[in-house]
Each structure stands twice: as structure tokens, then as C-alpha cells.
Design a protein around this ligand. Sequence first.
Ligand code: PGA
Length: 251
Amino acid sequence: MQRTPLIAGNWKMHTTIAEAEELAAAVAVASHGLADREVMIAPPFTALAAVAKVVAGSPVRLAGQNVCWAEKGAFTGEIAPAMLRDAGATMAIVGHSERRHVFGESNAMINKRLAGARAAGLIPILCIGETLEEREAGRTFAILETQLREGLAGIAGDDPAAVVIAYEPVWAIGTGKTATTEQAQAAHAFVRGVLAELYEKNIASQMRILYGGSVNSDNVDALMAQPDVDGALVGGAALKPESFARIIRFL
Ligand code: PGA
């Protein structure tokens, strides 16, 4: 069983093209020569093509921050999987908490996005996570299970590398409040158990589950030491070159 750790930076709605090029260049330098882990960044759509040129020849992978299910057509404001690929992306974030909670995306819509990404050969990162209210009501696992089952409905489980899951408790995103290592491990183990029910056990044991929510250079090592934490999805700290470089080089 081999799960290559993935450190992913989600830049959200930050950076001009010039700023993105500068940040991406720093990430490429920080990723140089690392063979035992993968690094991915998700710049805003407007900067993808420029960033692709900057990271060409480096191990840094690119992702869209969202992706539409359709190949083309009347979908104002959306981006097609082939457009992401054309701009240099090989992955796409789907179901991020901000998409769910600020823009009202449903599990059904996220499932369509995920299927569209997969059909186009992009690796989707399916984000799931409970709100504070849901955690306090003891509904964390029920929420995660629903998000997984509905988000992954109809998605084949033949290739464990083809889909990545990111557990991001909503109360930990951008708040500086990280889940404890115990909370993260418990959620990740639960997620892997659901994946083992959806797919086969040996597939579930090879799928990567990232943790996200206020990951920084101080807490990354302890989080990555948890047996079911296979990487990190990093927001704020991914915009700071020194912090992200240290996160990439987690111990
Ligand atoms: P944060 O964001 O690291 O700033 O909490 C994580 C995310 O939204 O993916």
C-alpha cells in the first residue's frame, strides 16, 4: 500500500497574473528534487496559463479551483474541463466549502462536476467537511458520509489515484482553528471506511485523503504524522512562499 503524499495550495480569489507567476516560481524552487511527495497549486483561472509556463519542467501540478461538467456551451461564468487542461491543469478542486456554503452548490451538482472532471482525465479533489453547528450536534460522520456517497455516486473506483478526497472542517477554514490531530485522524479513518464500502478495501486503502483547514508550517508535521492523513489542502499559508515551502517539506 503506497500513498504518495500530496501538498496542495488553494490560492482562492488571490493574485494578479504577475503575482501568481512570482509565487509559482517560488513553489517550483521549493519543490525541486522532492521525489517522495507531490505538490499542486490552484491559482485563479486567469493565471493558470501563465503559471503553467513558470512551473513547466518542475514537478508542480496545476489545478482548477472548480470545474463544470459540460464540455462547452451556455454556462456563463463556468469553466470546462478541456479549458483547464488546455491551460495546463491536470487536477480540479470540486465541492470546496466556499462553493457549498457561499455559492450554494449541492452534493448533486458537485457529483456532476466530479464526473465531468474524471471524464476529461482531470483528477478531482472532492472536498467534504462539517460546519461547527453540525459537529456540535454530533452529526460530523453523518454529514461526511452523505457528502461522500452523493459526491461519488456513479464514479468508478478502479483507479485509486484518479480521485482525491479532502477533509476540510468548515470551522477550521481560514479561522486559524485547526482540527486536533485526533479529530483529523478520526475523520480520515471514517472517510476511508466509507470509501471501503463504496469501493473495494484495497482501493480505499490506496486513495489519498488530504486534511485542510488552517494548515500552517507549525502544525503540518503533526497532521502529516497521522496514519490516514495523506496530504494537505492549504489556503492562507499557500500564499506565503516561506510558509508553503516549509509545508511542502513536512517531516
Ligand atoms: P485555509 O484554507 O488553509 O486558509 O484554512 C483551506 C482551504 O480552504 O482549502
